[in-house]
Structures are given as structure tokens and as C-alpha cells.
Design a protein around this ligand. Sequence first.
Ligand code: NIG
Ligand code: FE
Length: 413
Amino acid sequence: MSSLLITNIRQLVNVREHTSVLRGRELADLPCIDNAYLLIEEDTIAGYGRMEDLPASNQQPATVVDAIGAFVVPAWCDSHTHIVFAASREEEFVDKIRGMSYADIAAKGGGILNSARKLHDTSEEELFNQAWKRLEEVSRLGTGAIEIKSGYGLTVEAELKMLRVIKKLQEKSPLSIKATFLGAHTYPSEYKNNHQGYIDSIIQDMLPVIARDKLADYIDVFCEEGFFSPAETETICRAGMAHGLKPKIHANQLHLSGGTQVGVQLGAISVDHLETMDEAAIQALAHSNTIGTLLPTAAFFLRMPFQPARTLIDAGCAIALASDFNPGSSPSGNMNLVVAMSCIQMKMLPQEAINAATLNGAYAMELGQELGSITVGKKANLIITKPIPSLAYYPYAFGANLIDKVMIKGEWL
Ligand code: NIG
Ligand code: FE
């Protein structure tokens, strides 16, 4: 058996014997070991402790790496992305700088429909190659597990094409990948005046094939004014659930959409975005097992108020952080920036942000028993930092690349 010993770790971060999802005050507790070692066997964490307690039997593994004072952090678990897309949309970015609104751009055929048009004209192979490059990019930035959504297809064929690309990424990539069916991202133009027709197509034409070919783990709906109502969200999610897909919902992004409450009622794994929350939505989330996934780079890019992380945590919610990497509202999958932004703009403590981007992110993909912390038996997905003076320096020095090396399932990238 190949084994690897990492020695002289200045601080081993998020070390836990057992794990469960963290809510409220628990998020501020980030257990760490100073001056530590970490033992990895094959692709799995096999032991850890203080350097002075390193057992003699562990002192001659196949390979020893001296961390020379680096911090070792579990790799990021990014539980909300849309990285399968055909083209970037920087022309809309410039239109917005010139004063056009999201609604103006949508009326011009921009936004999600723009991405859907481009995706129709792009081959499966080309989509795979582009998404592969994005996966490589985010893994170098420390992401070891990722959720990827469809939703730029909006026809039976194109949605299936996207999901087949995600399946191929799952087969070929060392990252842990979860697939989410987001056919209900917006109404395609053909169904502009026939919403029920598109919902019928999702339920009757798309879902049975997705379930038969095991193309998705989750079902998502953009529950938002002008997109899908809470009632429509419930209908679509229940149809998905009948095929074994659990809900993860786009909720409360632009308006008080009711998405949080629908998600909670359905027992969703997560409700995501949450820029626009009121007391009813906060209380519903706080008293549920649903994770609230905050996407601060989307709020930043759309120049919206940031998610009320402090209020949510103080109310006792379970909070995860994710990148929302997509061409329209967050053209970046950099989880280091997500963590920094959540500390700077949402007043999350560095400990809270790291827990939310690792362990709770893993739970938001139902990977909490395999990833997201330094726990014996979990996969060895690690970020080794450059020399830094303290853990708080990591989000403080935002924008700097503080990653020295990344390990995915026991292998250095
Ligand atoms: O999560 N809010 C809905 N969907 C994406 C953005 C989609 C797009 O503009 O392409 C999001 O922000
Ligand atoms: Fe999204």
C-alpha cells in the first residue's frame, strides 16, 4: 500500500473525529492541530496528530513530505456551479456597465437564453473540452468536489446533452462531481406563452430519460418572479423526487420568491442564493434540515446586496458557501475569493467561512461522510498553503494566490 506522510504542518485545519452538518454557532468552531503530521494511505486519510506524538511505526512510510510550516486545509467543496456552458458573456457585462438592466438584457435575448442559443450550436465534445478546462482551473484553485447543473439546454435534446457532458466529467475527472438537472432555469422562447407546456415537457419528456440513464442526482428550479412560481417549483420538484432526485433550489435571489419555504417544505438538500430574505424565510430555514447556500460572488458581480450571513448564522441556520460559477452572474469559480468575500462583505469569521466552504459544502452535496474535513477514512483532498502567518491571513489577503499544492484523492495535482 502506498503511504504518504506530511510532516511539520504549521496548522492542520478542520480536524474532526466525526462530522455532521454545522449550524449556527457551531460554524465558528474550527478544530485545528498546531505543529501536526498527516498520514495518507492510497487516497484516504489514515491518521494525524501532533509532531511529537508521531508513532515510530509511521516514521518510515514510502514518501515523506515536509510541509515546512505550511497550513493544510481540506480542499473546497463547491456545491453550486453551472460550469457546462458554450461561451462567456462579457458583452452583456459591458452593456450593464453602460447602464442596461438585467431585464433590458433579457428582453434583448440575452441572459440564460443567450447561453441556451450558444449551447444548441455547440457539440457535446466541445462542451466537454471547455468544461474540462474549467474543472482543471478550479481544481488548481483548491476545489476538490463540485456540483454541476444543466439548465442552458432548455430542450429535451440539449438538456440531455449537458447532463451527458457532466456524466463524462464524472467518469474522467478525479474530482467528486454531483449532477443537477435544472431544466426549469427559464422558459425557452417557444414556450413564452405556454408555461404549462414547458413544465409538461420537463416532467414527461426529460425526467423519465434522466432517471432511466441515471444522469442526475438532484433537481433544481429557478424559483423567482418572472421565472418559476413556488407552485410550479413544487410541481417540478415533486416530479423529480418521484424519480429519486432530491431538490436543491435557486431561491430568494432577486425577490422574496417563496423559494426558501418551498424548499424547506420539500425537504430540499439546500436552498441557494438567499440575497433577498425576510424573517419568515429566515425562520423557515433555521428550523429545517435544509442547508442555506450563499453565493457571494454572484451578489458581487450583479452589484446586489450581499446575503445576510450574520443574521442567518445567528438564527441557527446551516450555511454553506459556493461559487455559482456561470457565464451570467458569477464568471469565476474561485472559492478562495468566495471565502474572502464572505468574511469581508458578509462578516463571516474566517472559521465560519472555512467550515461553510468545506464541511457544509460537502454536506450540501451529500458528501459529508467522505469529504470536507480532516477525518480518518475521508478522502485525502487537501490544500497546502504557501507560508502564511495565520489562518485569518488567508481571507484577509484576498486575491493573492496562497496555494502551494493541491491534493485530490491522494494524488498531487
Ligand atoms: O445562479 N439565477 C439563475 N441562474 C444563474 C445565472 C444564470 C445566467 O445568467 O446565466 C445563477 O445566478
Ligand atoms: Fe446558480
